[in-house]
Design a protein around this ligand. Sequence first.
Ligand code: HEM
Length: 170
Amino acid sequence: MRQRYSWKQRRRLADPIEEHATFDDTETNVAIAGHPLHAMMVAFPIALAFLTFAADGMYWFTADAFWPRVALWASGTAFMIGMAAGVTGTIELLMTPGIRIRSASWTHFILAVMLLSILGLNWGFRLPDPEAAVLPFGAMISALGAMLTGITGWHGGKLVFDYRIGTKPD
Ligand code: HEM
């Protein structure tokens, strides 16, 4: 059965973070004509991290030296644009009080920093010899990168769709 609380009990149970005056101040500050820059940029590292993993898989099946070159460029570009997206996300996080005050925003930040270090490792590991790097460790790093990209991207979507972070009120 659902627990019923009196008004006094509910006041005692109130979350001080939710009660904070800036809690609903989540409107984006890093945007072009109201469109958050971070949301526009993250599509690139997401797609490129999965492309790197797919290219590694293609090399495994075909042994064609074309695929390690694809993976090298895809992983490097994923890292570069991911870092740029991370900068816009971090400015948004620090500048917007209603984003800064929520623990969910910081969870996304921690996930994203782990992801960016894996994207950087994946690129750096391939630079000396892109073909030799693929099997097995390059492909394993790509798999980890794709998994972390899925988790970080899903969590970023949760910030927007569940908590309306970075959106514009009517
Ligand atoms: C390094 C630090 C990062 C910070 C501080 C950060 C912060 C944020 C914030 C504040 C939002 C809410 C929307 C906005 O205000 O723009 C967001 C959304 C999002 N983030 Fe990040 N982010 C970071 C990196 C990343 C990375 C590397 C990815 C790539 C996987 C990512 C994927 C997403 C996605 C998919 C959304 C939802 C966008 C939408 O549907 O509109 N974030 N992030």
